[in-house]
Design a protein around this ligand. Structure first.
Ligand code: SF4
Length: 276
């Protein structure tokens, strides 16, 4: 088996930069790029992914989308029907009022495992067959300002060799990527890639989707997961304030001083900020 290069395509700023640099000949071309769809990506990500897939295909880099389940539907089914589930890192409060966060199992289930399975399928390797160590250069879009994320690759199987082109070849930060994208592809805006219901969203990220269909989806989901599954016996919230997302006050202290936001946008929040 020869050596292959596979790009893990999250379709955010960093992995988009890698793919577009490869298209422009500023990085070697990966053999394939794989996007793992959780089913809960933002509309902007799906639109961007469709554009990237077409452009990469025209430049001889196949982009494959894989999907294993649906992050939101699977959990809602678990609440309603008691089916198997994995948890996303939602904020929780137990019956004694103790606050916490559920374990993050979603990345492994919906992102990492589907990509590994797809690589095996693409290599035509049967489930029980061994792949030689280092057979795959596995490109991941981590930039120089995210070095702490490198620890997450220590336990990868030996046949996957994690490689970080933005660090090892280009020495680029996220801002460098944004600058590169603005220079070479000024016509596109690359969305942040994360699930619309991800509890890791900062207030700024929630505000970015406020009023959109993605916001409505997140608000609805937040209300539907409140009780968790039968086994969890806890109250769940997407926002760390442990309030309904629909009525969470997303203003930052700067907003009070600088009045940078149109006030009508947060009227609803002002009225109900202390309820819930
Ligand atoms: S973006 Fe958030 S919710 Fe989605 S897979 Fe990653 S950690 Fe889980």
């Amino acid at each position: 088996m020869g050596k292959f290069t596979v790009l893990s395509l999250g379709a955010g700023v960093q992995s988009t930069t890698i793919l577009l640099m490869a298209i422009k000949g500023q990085l070697p071309k990966p053999d394939i790029a794989i996007f793992a769809d959780t089913g809960a990506e933002s509309q902007a990500t799906y639109t961007h992914l469709a554009w990237l897939t077409k452009l990469a295909g025209e430049n001889s880099i196949p982009v494959i989308t894989v999907k294993h389940g649906d992050l939101m539907d699977d959990y809602l089914n678990a609440i309603e029907l008691g089916t198997r589930f994995v948890t996303i890192p939602v904020h929780c409060v137990d019956k004694n009022g103790k606050k916490g966060m559920l374990r993050r199992q979603c990345t492994g289930e919906y992102k990492i495992l589907p990509i590994r399975r797809e690589i095996r399928r693409w290599l035509c390797v049967k489930p029980h067959e061994r792949i030689p160590a280092g057979a795959i250069d596995f490109w991941v879009g981590i930039s120089t300002d995210e070095l702490r994320r490198l620890n997450g690759f220590r336990n990868d199987p030996k046949w996957l060799k994690p490689t970080f082109p933005l660090i090892q070849i280009k020495s680029m930060s996220r801002q460098d990527c944004l600058n590169w994208l603005a220079y070479h592809y000024s016509e596109i805006i690359v969305p942040r890639s994360s699930c619309v219901v991800c509890p890791f969203h900062s207030d700024m990220e929630w505000r970015d989707i406020y009023g959109t269909q993605d916001w409505e989806t997140a608000v609805q989901y937040d209300d539907l997961i409140r009780t968790g599954t039968k086994s969890q016996r806890t109250q769940l919230y997407l926002h760390g304030s442990l309030k309904r997302l629909a009525i969470t006050d997303l203003r930052t202290p700067e907003d009070f001083g600088q009045l940078v936001l149109p006030s009508f946008k947060f009227e609803k929040h002002n009225l109900f900020a202390n309820i819930g």
